[in-house]
Design a protein around this ligand. Structure first.
Ligand SMILES: C[S@@+](CC[C@H](N)C(=O)[O-])C[C@H]1O[C@@H](n2cnc3c(N)ncnc32)[C@H](O)[C@@H]1O
Length: 366
């Protein structure tokens, strides 16, 4: 078995049409609004400034919607304390778009005078901001991306939840190590009494699944595999490239999220666990695009738009790119893939629907 890991590029760089295709993320942001307000209201005065950091902020409106309730609660509770909002992501994020939105009509700079905005550029698996400077950190739909691209023998699947034996154990170890590392870095940055709120996709126990868990989005990743397999069967891509391609993702169960914290002495000492839960998304739990099911063409477009938004750069770089000698060929291959994916969703509709379970982790820095 060939199990080699490869560090190459950032798995989520270059997300496409982000605002249009990130309604699932926005749903979680809205769900967390009352929670972050409550957290701010429960906090003691924060010293010279109240700093909010949104880790893995992305290019779009969701980061703004995530920090708005924190800003509002902060103005209510600590009216004299200067507010600093720091958006943190990787270098390839579309920073221009984000900062246009920050000061645009739906941005937050209008809420009050003197809100200072910053960007912290780098991986959240490293330290990205000053020690003990953060009052409230958020991280939405981002921490499930692992620290490295992974290439290993993954025949029959493109994602973690269907991996078997050694391959699964290898990726499981990487995921646990990454989650631990993410939390250790935040423990350095969050000041005593501050909070970290992580909201992302989760998994739940399910004995009918091969690894005993049902993971969010299982339909989507299976659809991607089915389509890529047809392309391998017809010789458009090599079977080897498909059999070694994997999205570098891991959607944790609540037990996995908790395990890393309680078994690591530094983390156990740093954080009080306020909440770790995985729950079905309150709306559109079984199909994020159920509103469009009666119109298969639109339904298919929504799914393909969503998949392109988070997956295009990973698919280009790690699955289709190695099969092409030129960027023109790569574009043609990508177009072929999306056409086939559209057809699959038009014909099979909700067989490959995206179900969502939200993992929410709330930690208080001791
Ligand atoms: C699906 S987007 C979510 C964006 C935003 N939080 C939202 O809710 O819409 C995932 C984001 O995580 C970022 N990301 C992934 N891995 C990261 C890492 N190691 N460090 C910093 N950001 C990362 C990506 O660049 C991307 O912007």
């Amino acid at each position: 078995m060939k199990n080699k890991k490869k560090q190459s590029g950032k798995p989520t760089e270059g997300m496409l049409d982000y605002n249009k295709n990130s309604s699932a993320q926005l749903q979680l942001v809205r769900l967390l609004s009352p929670l972050v307000r409550e957290l701010v209201h429960s906090m003691d005065p924060q010293g010279i400034e109240f700093k909010i950091v949104d880790y893995g902020c992305g290019p779009g409106i969701n980061s703004i919607e995530m920090v708005k309730p924190v800003i509002e609660a902060c103005l209510e509770k600590f009216s004299d304390t200067p507010i600093v909002v720091c958006h943190s992501d990787q270098v390839g994020n579309d920073w221009n778009t984000l900062f246009e939105l920050v000061s645009g009509p739906d941005g937050y700079v209008q809420i009050a005078k003197g809100i200072r905005t910053e960007a912290a550029i780098g991986s959240f698996y490293d330290q990205v901001t000053s020690p003990e400077s953060v009052s409230l950190g958020t991280c939405i739909f981002a921490s499930h991306w692992l620290s490295q691209a992974i290439q290993l023998d993954s025949a029959g699947t493109v994602w973690f939840a269907d991996l078997q034996s050694d391959a699964r154990r290898i990726v499981d170890r990487i995921a646990q190590r990454d989650w631990t590392q993410f939390l250790l870095q935040r423990a350095l940055e969050i000041r005593a009494g501050g909070y970290l709120v992580v909201g992302t996709l989760g998994s739940v126990p399910d004995t009918s699944e091969k690894n005993g868990i049902a993971a969010s989005g299982r339909g989507i990743y299976r659809a991607i595999y089915v389509v890529a397999q047809t392309m391998a069967d017809e010789g458009l891509i090599s079977s080897e490239s498909l059999e070694t391609f994997l999205f570098s993702l891991w959607f944790m169960t609540a037990d996995e999220a908790r395990h890393a914290i309680v078994k690591n002495t530094k983390l156990a000492a740093a954080y009080e666990i306020c909440r770790i839960s995985v729950e079905p998304a309150p709306i559109k739990t079984n199909d994020i695009f159920e509103d469009y099911i009666e119109v298969p063409g639109t339904y298919a477009q929504k799914y393909v738009g969503y998949i392109r938004a988070f997956g295009d750069s990973t698919l280009r770089t790690h699955l289709f790119g190695p099969n092409c000698g030129s960027s023109e060929l790569l574009d043609t291959l990508m177009a072929e893939f999306y056409n086939r994916l559209t057809h699959l969703y038009e014909v099979e509709t909700n067989k490959y629907a995206c179900e969502v379970w939200h993992l929410v982790v709330v930690l208080r820095r001791k």
